[in-house]
Write a protein that binds this ligand. Structure first.
Ligand SMILES: [Fe+2]
Length: 203
């Protein structure tokens, strides 16, 4: 029944219709190795505009549980190809500078607002580029093998932000970057990290 959320022992919703429709919409756009990400962003954004109220209502019970950055698979575990992830951002959470392991990817805000600080990569150096602010239905995307990294921050100190990510494939690893010295020409140390997921939401 629409609006009714079955929950497991961790009180995590197992199926949210508005999110299932977003996942299906994302997969409909992934008919080639490299989909038209701008077109995908437009379709998903229209859906978020239309269904924003239902999405907010469905996710509201979870806000109190978001004590750290959390991710859930929306695409079934054994599915091949593109992967959709739901992400919850606690108030004021800031990520390290990171990449998405050379995959194409798209991130769209469902609720709340994010700041995205972009960096270009040249060898072991990163250079700060533009900064973007995203509100509900706004998206950013990046091409595969683009020498790019970014740092994201929940712009609210108190409120959870929710985003949806679509990646070329399940993102089991990514790289975090830390400056190894001072100054504009400082090298950056790169660490390969495992992506932690809180669980699976039914598609
Ligand atoms: Fe990211």
């Amino acid at each position: 029944m629409r609006g009714q959320i079955a929950q497991n022992k961790n009180n995590i919703p197992m199926n949210i219709p508005a999110l299932s429709r977003l996942r299906r919409l994302a997969h409909e756009h992934v008919c080639a190795d490299h989909p038209d990400l701008a077109s995908m962003a437009r379709s998903l954004g229209q859906h978020v505009h239309r269904e924003g109220g239902a999405i907010a209502q469905a996710l509201a019970p979870l806000n109190m549980q978001v004590d750290r950055l959390r991710r859930w698979h929306l695409t079934p575990r054994r599915a091949r190809g593109a992967h959709v992830t739901l992400m919850a951002w606690p108030g004021d959470h800031t990520t390290p500078v990171h990449d998405h392991d050379s995959r194409w990817g798209l991130e769209i805000v469902l609720l709340g607002a994010l700041e995205v600080r972009n960096f270009t990569r040249q060898g072991e150096q990163l250079h700060e580029a533009e900064k973007t602010w995203l509100g509900p239905a706004d998206a950013v995307w990046y091409d595969a093998h683009e020498p790019h990294a970014h740092r994201c921050r929940n712009l609210s100190r108190d409120h959870v932000a929710w985003t949806l990510l679509v990646h070329q494939a399940r993102l089991d690893h990514y790289h975090a970057y830390e400056p190894a010295g001072d100054g504009h020409h400082a090298r950056w140390q790169r660490r390969r990290l495992s992506t932690r997921f809180a669980g699976q939401l039914a598609g």
